[in-house]
Design a protein. Structure first.
Length: 206
């Protein structure tokens, strides 16, 4: 998993409440178990006509936001089913940070596990960021995870909270496998002791 330290990028405004995981990535795209290739289908129903043509009014189809890395959204973002494809699709599009008043719990947890930083802020702070994001290509924000601050285009700073353990994982690029591998020396030591004391447990090893 890629580390998340400081992100500077264009913020796209999506001030909709209750954006569920089916809106983020529709069910017909859930057949794959790969994490890549889903970005093109992100928000497909809002982003494309039935013919496949882009809807020009959708925010991510506008030239200023095609390379957005930050999404400013409404409350209860990521509700609905628990599909992990939702953060996969956001990440594959290029979104590394989602800022909203609140998130669905499973989606919130899945973001951290996939290298996306979800930030919950009071609505008045969200309104400020939505105003910043409305400036299009000039809507550049900097999210500094170490200092837990968001800096706006006019120099304003917003502080945010994040769980210390999740912060550690993002800063160091550690998913569940990475966390396990951090303990590899202890695991090897345990297996060596076990193999010496209970060799029959390892008799089938090549």
């Amino acid at each position: 998993m890629d580390k998340f330290t400081t992100l500077t990028g264009v913020a796209a405004p999506l001030p909709l409440i209750n954006v569920d995981t089916d809106m983020i990535i529709s069910k017909q795209f859930l057949k794959t178990v790969k994490r890549s290739g889903l970005g093109v289908n992100l928000f497909s129903d809002m982003r494309y006509e039935d013919s496949g043509a882009e809807k020009p009014d959708f925010v991510l189809n506008k030239p200023a936001y095609r390379n957005a890395q930050i999404l400013i959204a409404g409350e209860n973002f990521g509700c609905g089913s628990s599909r992990e494809h939702a953060p996969w699709a956001l990440l594959d599009f290029g979104i590394r940070c989602v800022i909203a008043p609140s998130f669905a719990d499973i989606f919130y947890n899945n973001c951290f596990k996939n290298g996306i930083l979800p930030i919950a802020l009071p609505q008045e702070e969200i309104d400020k960021l939505l105003d910043d994001a409305s400036r299009g290509a000039n809507a550049t924000l900097t999210v500094d995870l170490q200092s837990q601050q968001i800096s706006g285009p006019d120099g304003g700073v917003i502080n945010f909270d994040v769980d210390a353990f999740r912060k550690h994982c993002l800063l160091n690029g550690l998913d569940d496998i990475g966390l396990t591998l951090e303990k590899s020396a202890h695991i090897d030591s345990f297996e060596a002791v076990q193999k010496a004391g209970q060799p029959w447990l390892h008799s089938g090893e090549a």
